[in-house]
Ligand binder design. Structure first.
Ligand code: NDP
Length: 304
């Protein structure tokens, strides 16, 4: 992995470079699938409504899917699309053999029941790993489609630390898309895991004991530098837009980066840390789903 050293000796984990390498490995495997088996992995992305952030994500996913040599199918539906119409589309995508992965961009408009929609995706094509079957498989230590952001965090951790067995980890945040699956993955790699949330008491003490800190809260700079144990590895999932002193907006994480970088052994920056890993893992999951659907060996190092 490409990493940079700070003056303090802290490693800045370069998620952007790691993600680029990973996308390159996916593209190689896609090319091999095409030439050796005549199979082109296909990813369908469904966007309902016109949420600006979702539009940016969907565009970026489509672009990177095509760059990896995969087929990209975009379905843009009006904000007032009915649940029945969306379920009908998912039924067709589930049945379409050229579609190996299906992603419904969240959040959905409020009149749609997200859980019902996500659970209507064929679990084998659920490349976001949000289907209840995949959550259950992950929780019981079985082969699952693993949610992309926590998978990306795990890959960065393993690339930096190697074996995670026996390490104390704290995951701050218990959402179904980041916190809970992250904790399951760390447990699967034999960490001793604490899950913290808004009702947690003495968060500072818990963080101070941790070898690994994963922050997935959505509160700018909430985890203070002084909480970090010397040498700990800090993975900052948060993406928060804040206004700087110059009046310009910029992205920051959930961790006070300058403070934490003084004591941490390694830390991911925001932007350029976890963020780029999410789409790289989405492509990896689509490749994995394609291999599984065709009874082919899964490429090494692209899943948990
Ligand atoms: P959610 O809002 O769903 O969950 C936030 C979690 O933080 C909740 O479990 C909440 O606790 C907990 N929390 C809130 N306040 C505190 C507090 N003071 N102390 C401790 N815990 C607290 O967010 P997500 O999990 O969806 O996302 C988290 C962050 O990660 C966001 O900034 C998001 O933008 C970012 N993100 C980044 C991605 C990427 O690609 N890099 C992908 C997905 C998310 P409780 O459950 O008690 O309310």
């Amino acid at each position: 992995m490409r990493i940079a050293e700070m003056k303090t000796g802290t490693t800045i984990i370069d998620g952007k470079a790691f993600a680029a390498e990973m996308r390159g490995r996916v593209a190689e495997q896609v090319s091999r699938l095409k030439t050796e088996h005549g199979i082109t992995p296909g990813l369908a992305v469904v966007l309902v409504g016109e949420d600006p952030a979702s539009q940016v994500y969907v565009r970026s996913k489509g672009k990177q899917t095509a760059e990896a040599g995969m087929a990209s199918f975009e379905h843009k539906l009006d904000a007032d699309t009915t649940e029945a119409a969306l379920l009908d589309l998912l039924g067709r995508l589930n049945a379409d053999p050229s579609v190996h992965g299906i992603l419904v961009q969240l959040p959905l408009p409020r009149h749609l029941d997200s859980a019902r929609i996500i659970n209507a995706i064929d679990p084998a094509k659920d490349v976001d790993g949000f289907h209840i079957s995949n959550a259950g498989l992950l929780a019981t230590g079985q082969k699952a489609m693993v949610p992309c952001t926590p998978l990306g965090c795990l890959m960065l951790l393993k690339a930096h630390l190697g074996n995670l067995s026996g390490l104390q980890a704290v995951v701050i945040g218990r959402s179904n898309i980041v916190g809970k699956p992250m904790a399951q993955l760390l447990l699967g790699d034999s960490c001793t895991v604490t899950i913290a949330h808004s009702r947690t008491r003495d968060l500072e003490d818990i963080v101070r004991r941790a070898d690994i800190v994963v922050a997935a809260v959505g509160r700018p700079g909430m985890v203070q530098g002084s909480w970090i144990r010397p040498g700990a590895t800090v993975i900052d999932v948060g993406i928060n837009r804040v206004e700087g002193q110059d009046g310009k907006s910029r992205l920051v994480g959930d961790v006070d980066f300058p403070g934490a970088a003084e004591t941490a052994g390694a830390i991911t920056p925001v932007p350029g840390g976890v963020g780029p890993m999410t789409i790289a893992c989405l492509l990896a999951n689509t490749l994995t789903a394609t291999c599984r659907a065709n009874g082919l060996d899964e490429p090494e190092g692209l899943t948990a």
